[in-house]
Design a protein around this ligand. Structure first.
Ligand SMILES: Nc1ncnc2c1ncn2[C@@H]1O[C@H](COP(=O)(O)OP(=O)(O)OP(=O)(O)O)[C@@H](O)[C@H]1O
Length: 257
């Protein structure tokens, strides 16, 4: 594996009772890529995300992040290792402000720890200020700086999705995994989302994205993997994947998306 590989996962299988949700799935994501994961409903996309981010334990599989083996055994360990994610069903702290939500993401990279917080040491206060400053920057970056002091639940759906992205970025991830970021967005919001993802990529981040909006995926991704019934039926550039017979069949067979 070369050093420009960020994520290299191989041989992931996961069974739920009698259902083989993933069969021997593997992907390699290079630094700076936007990598898409698509497939019809129930294909195994979310299960795959849940495995690589430590929510589900796979039955088999090996994982490397930036050239180092890692075991996705717990969500916070995965975040520390350098993978941040957003969720299909937005998971924000709804009663906290937008700023506080982003600050929570940042805390996994801080040093003062619990005792520093309890004693409110000088270094803790300085660190809190730095965290708040960085959180403000990230809110501006995703385009919702003016809502810093609004409770998360009062933001529009599209803005809540941006807030989730800001929170994920706050962990300084090697890889940011977006689970259906365009779900429920109108066409204007989708254009803005696309611009944001482009900007994140240009700023030297690597992105893995599950998305139902095939047009968005095709316009955005460098490479795409297509899952169907837990199996990887195609991998390649959006152009190649679009022409693949198995992919066309899988989408037409289920009515497409
Ligand atoms: N915790 C679970 N227990 C049992 N079965 C599960 C569990 N999670 C997912 N499944 C099943 O695994 C299969 C793959 O589901 P998954 O949610 O990964 O698909 P998906 O491609 O993300 O679908 P969608 O596009 O609808 O979100 C489905 O048949 C689903 O019912």
């Amino acid at each position: 594996m070369t050093t420009d590989t960020i994520l290299d996962v191989r041989g992931i299988s996961k069974r739920f009772g009698g259902l083989q949700a993933l069969s021997d799935v593997g992907i390699t994501i290079k630094r700076g890529q936007v990598y898409g994961l698509i497939g019809p409903n129930g294909a195994g996309k979310t299960t795959f995300f849940n495995v690589i981010t430590g929510l589900y334990t796979p039955d088999s599989g090996s994982f490397e992040l930036a050239g180092k083996p890692y075991q996705p055994t717990a969500v916070h360990e995965v975040a520390k290792a350098g993978i941040a994610r957003t969720f299909q069903n937005i998971r924000l702290f709804s009663e906290m402000t937008a700023l506080e939500n982003v600050m929570v993401g940042r805390h996994i990279r801080t040093h003062s720890g619990v005792f520093g917080a309890m004693l409110r040491t000088g270094s803790f206060k300085a660190e809190e200020k730095a965290i708040a400053d960085r959180a403000h920057e990230l809110l501006e970056y995703v385009g919702i700086g003016k809502f810093a002091d609004y409770k998360a639940r009062t933001l529009s759906y599209g803005d809540q999705r941006r807030l989730e992205i800001a929170r994920a970025l706050a962990t300084d991830p090697q890889l940011i995994a977006l689970d259906e970021p365009a779900a429920g967005m109108n066409s204007t919001e989708k254009v803005l989302l696309r611009e944001l993802i482009d900007r994140i990529r240009k700023d030297d981040r690597t992105i893995l994205i599950i998305e139902h909006d095939v047009k968005l995926i095709m316009g955005l991704c460098d490479r795409v993997t297509v899952l169907d019934y837990g199996k990887q039926i195609a991998e390649g550039t959006p152009y190649d994947v679009q022409k693949n017979e198995k992919v066309i069949e899988a989408y037409l067979g289920t009515g497409g998306h």
